[in-house]
Write a new protein. Structure first.
Lengths: 401, 128
């Protein structure tokens, strides 16, 4: 047995990491819901849940128990198979995203060195793109299977939104890969640690902003939670769901948020690095068990800070309208991220990696200065002058000047 | 160096398997534990108390479809860019080979930008 363990040290580490991280993620998802309610209460000057246990800390357990005991109802017109499949898909798609995140450096134990990540696969970050796309299926199928108009519209909106924001997300990640020269997440983190290696949020601030915005949209978080806009669509694609099936959509959303934050930390915040500027001391790339636990704790701390930021965004910004959401992605973020990609590849071609931050800031300045010059759409919020609209029965010519 | 190590994918398989088991256990548990009471009115889809008119699986706006097609163009393009990016960074800056690599990919991106401008002019991105 011990010989097998030492021969398969990487596999054993991977399994331990899977067990730890899955429990951590599911536990965190449950407690993130409590944290969200507490943050909401704080932002709105209320108290928040405080009845179940000290400070309301047992609230997630009570909620989970209650949801298990609720009726698992499938409405009459629903497609029964897809209706059951959809929440499962959304949780699975969120949970398998963890595989390529480096939680800490290289662990040296018993004369062997192993990587503290679930799977050290060669495609690395491309795996993230693949799993992030899978999240669409749960939402789209759930909306379609319910046979309710609210669900249907919610599912359609969610799919359109998720595929729209995937493009700038992919382009922003591409900029990081061009800077780091590798698709493997642990090598990207290693490029941000040590002397002369800065965090990539300093190299690529524009790509970081684009990635963060897309992460919010991909996880269906406010201000992009159009799909479940409770003021318009009751509950969006999960209107017809009840009991644990309903809860699994939320579990999926919170796990998705956790994965997204972990990826932001990996790509832009240097993983377990504590020194963003590349001068002075920093944590090593690996070490003994104590150092690994410390690095793991630092990564989790950064992930928690990102999640807290996401929650503050939810309670700060109002929800987008659907046409604004689509315009932001297709007429805003995609051209900007293409521009950032072109600038980045030019800088890599010239060998000016160290000046990437200046190029990024210059791009930002150019966009800032040039955007008033671009052709402007008429106020899209119009209600009365419908003549310009292509849905108007009257054309401009029919009415005359 | 570029050889694919299939053993590295075993943990991914384990992770997927655990996720599937988690989902099945949850769905089965809530199915067994919850009460079951059916009724004619309960079977109706929720539409704010109104009786639903017809089915929800109607024809929907074609813009969603066109948008999905435009998305496909860009998503495939991005997937092609990843191997390019990794190879491109390995080349010496400003060498002839790097110029060739950059030129080719610029042409590739230019074609999709052309498609993007065409879609924009056609009003694919207008939702008013």
């Amino acid at each position: 047995m011990s010989a097998w363990i030492s021969n398969n040290a990487q596999l054993v580490t991977s399994i331990i990491v899977i067990l730890v991280v899955i429990h951590l993620a599911l536990g965190a998802a449950a407690y993130l819901i409590l944290l969200e309610r507490k943050v909401a209460a704080w932002a709105q000057d209320r108290i928040g849940p405080n009845r179940v246990g000290p400070l309301g800390l047992l609230q997630p357990i009570a909620d989970g128990l209650k949801l298990f005991l609720k009726e698992d109802y499938i409405p009459g017109g629903a497609d029964r198979f897809l209706f059951v499949l959809a929440p499962g898909l959304s949780v699975i798609a969120a949970m398998i995203g963890f595989a390529v995140i480096p939680w800490a450096g290289t662990l040296t134990i018993g004369g062997q060195s192993v990587k503290v990540m679930t799977a050290d696969i060669s495609v690395g970050i491309v795996y993230l793109i693949a799993t992030a796309s899978l999240g669409v299926y749960g939402v789209a199928l759930g909306g379609w299977a319910s046979n309710s108009k609210y669900s249907f519209i919610g599912g359609l909106r969610a799919s359109a939104q998720m595929i729209s924001y995937e493009i700038p997300m992919g382009l922003a990640i591409l900029c990081i890969i061009l800077t780091a020269g590798s698709v493997k997440a642990d090598e990207i983190v290693a490029m941000q640690i040590g002397p002369g290696h800065q965090w990539y949020i300093l190299h690529q601030p524009l790509a970081a902003i684009i990635f963060y915005t897309c992460m919010l949209a991909e996880a269906n978080r406010a201000p992009f939670d159009l799909a479940e806009a409770e003021a318009e669509l009751v509950g969006g694609w999960h209107t017809e769901y009840s009991s644990m099936k309903w809860a699994m959509f939320f579990l999926g959303e919170y796990v998705h948020m956790f994965v997204g934050s972990a990826f932001f930390v990996t790509l832009f915040l240097g993983g377990w690095s504590l020194n963003p500027f590349g001068v002075g001391p920093d944590l090593p790339l690996g070490g003994g068990i104590g150092m690994i636990l410390l690095q793991f704790g630092i990564v989790l701390g950064k992930v928690f800070l990102m999640i807290f930021l996401t929650m503050m965004v939810r309670w700060t910004l109002p929800r987008f309208r659907f046409d604004q959401l689509m315009r932001l992605s297709w007429e805003g973020m995609i051209p900007v991220s293409l521009l950032v990609l072109l600038v980045t590849s030019f800088m890599v071609f010239m060998g000016w990696i160290g000046w990437m931050w200046a190029a990024s800031l210059a791009t930002f300045a150019i966009i800032w200065l040039a955007h008033p010059l671009l052709p402007r759409q008429a106020n899209p919020n119009r209600r009365i002058p419908l003549i310009g609209s292509r849905f108007s029965p009257l054309s401009d010519k029919a009415l005359g000047p | 160096m570029l050889a694919v190590d299939l053993n590295a994918y075993i943990p991914v398989g384990i992770l997927v398997l655990m996720a599937i088991i988690f989902v099945i256990v949850n769905l089965a548990a809530t199915h067994v534990l919850g009460p079951k009471r059916h009724g004619a009115e309960k079977d109706i889809a929720y539409e704010s108390g109104m009786n639903p008119i017809g089915t929800a699986r109607k024809r929907f706006n074609v813009r969603f479809y066109i948008l999905a097609m435009t998305f496909l163009v860009f998503d495939v393009e991005i997937i092609f860019l990843y191997p390019w990016a990794v190879t491109f960074t390995k080349l010496a800056p400003q060498s002839d080979e790097a110029t060739l690599f950059l030129g080719r990919i610029m042409f590739f991106i230019a074609t999709s930008i052309l498609a993007y401008i065409y879609a924009w002019r056609k009003g694919v991105f207008r939702w008013d």
